[in-house]
Design a protein around this ligand. Structure first.
Ligand code: LLP
Length: 411
């Protein structure tokens, strides 16, 4: 948890300013307690038999994955690299679901060898590839199909995935044929059905719309003699970044119960990413310089778009506050990084305390799609990540060095 006490920002029992002093900036700071609480909250609200598969793409630090592994979580992965991480972090591979439109032959092989729970298959050609790879290994691959239900999630266009114009899944009109085809294959076993309509949904009703469509598909399949053990309802639960309404988990759970009441024995798989980790992380950066251009204020900080790209990429809002509040007047300023692009900003025309050089600021809600989307653009070393558990601070990824920057390169 992150909170202010006597105008100082704390993460659990530790002052954020102490962490920044010791481990320098820019830095990602995570609260283990928040991660665990979010997991338990969701786990308790879903009343049906279920498995929570943490979407690793949101935050794939080994210590973060391990926190969920210990609570019994599986993983939703989108690459062989994520399977590797999941294993290293202690996730039971039989609890891994593999999503993504472009799984390579090598990735399919690696996944089968690791006995994952299932592939969420996104095209007819991918199905064929899985059948071929499984056959060459003399194994049976478990699959579900990702259906594109053509439902509007009413979220940012870059993160909506369940509309027919999106590249994801197999269309509603072709899905039955896909199951018929798979049913005849020797090396695939049909396990379930999956959908994921988008991310950062705070209104859960679009989920229900998709769930009803999926239940209809399941009824049609049953009439063809195809029974599904698993209903994977994807991720997408939103969080509060600014002043959004938190998703209503009771309603979410009720919708699941209602939509799938005719399939009481099927296991519900959930693939939450953001919901579990977004507000369990902050990104702390230091003011390097201030300047005014034509009356416009700029705070230039030591973090940049390469560290946290969400504002630049999606125009995403992240709350920004000083780590130590000094009760000074507010100003309007752009908070920008050192990268050589005008798109390198964390906030524009933001009302914020009048900051001085070396002041620390916290960029909140950075636990999801923060470090995982970081790059080395401008040959900047990626920041350190620390995980706080009550009064214990652990560096769970050290700050990169110059040597890290050139690893594998040659002249
Ligand atoms: N399952 C599938 C198949 C997905 O594609 C995603 C996210 C998730 C689960 C997890 O969704 P979540 O529960 O986190 O909403 N970089 C963007 C978000 C991209 C999400 C992509 N897919 C951002 O920073 O907002």
């Amino acid at each position: 948890m992150f909170f202010y006490k006597n105008n100082e920002l704390y993460v659990e029992d530790v002052k954020v300013s102490d962490i920044a002093l010791e481990y320098k900036t820019p830095i990602y700071i995570y609260s283990k307690n928040h991660f665990e609480n979010q997991y338990k909250k969701l786990d308790q609200k879903i009343t049906r038999k279920h498995l929570i598969c943490f979407a690793l793409k949101a935050n794939s630090n080994l210590a973060v994955i391990n926190t969920f592994a210990k609570l019994g979580a599986g993983a939703d992965v989108v690459s062989a690299g994520e399977i590797f991480r999941a294993k290293k972090a202690g996730i039971d591979t039989t609890k891994i679901v593999f999503s993504g439109v472009g799984k390579t032959q090598e990735e399919i092989k690696y996944a089968i060898e690791n006995n994952i729970l299932m592939f969420n298959v996104e095209s007819f050609e991918e199905l064929e590839e899985i059948e071929n790879v499984a056959s060459s290994l003399g194994k049976i691959a478990q699959i579900s199909f990702r259906v594109n239900p053509n439902v509007d999630p009413k979220t940012h266009p870059y993160i909506s995935t369940g509309l027919k114009k999106n590249k994801f899944g197999i269309s509603y009109t072709q899905i039955i044929d896909a199951y018929k085809l798979a049913n005849q294959m020797k090396h695939v076993r049909i396990k379930g059905i999956q959908f994921h309509i988008g991310s950062q949904l705070t209104d859960v009703s679009p989920f229900f719309e998709a769930q009803l469509k999926v239940a209809n598909i399941m009824k049609e399949l049953l009439s063809l003699g195809i029974k599904l053990d698993i209903i994977d309802i994807g991720g997408g639960l939103g969080v509060v970044y600014e002043n959004e309404q938190e998703p209503d988990l009771d309603q979410y759970s009720n919708f699941i119960n209602q939509a799938f009441k005719d399939f009481p024995d099927s296991l519900i798989v959930l693939e939450p990413g953001r919901f579990l980790v977004a507000n369990g992380g902050i990104f702390v950066t230091k003011v390097l310089y201030r300047k005014q251009n034509e009356g416009k204020n700029f705070y230039i900080v030591d973090g940049a778009m390469n560290d946290l790209i969400r504002p630049s990429l999606y125009d995403a809002y992240h709350k920004i506050e000083p780590v130590v509040k000094k009760n000074v007047a507010k100003v309007q300023a752009d908070i920008v990084g050192p990268v050589c692009e005008s798109g390198d900003f964390f906030a524009k025309s933001r009302e914020i305390d009048n900051l001085e050089r070396n002041d620390l600021v916290s960029i909140f809600s950075s636990g999801a799609y923060g470090f995982t989307m970081a790059s080395n653009y401008n040959s900047r070393c990626r920041p350190a990540e620390v995980l706080v558990d009550k009064d214990t601070v652990k560096v769970v990824r050290s700050r990169e060095t110059f040597e890290d920057l050139i690893r594998g390169e040659a002249i």
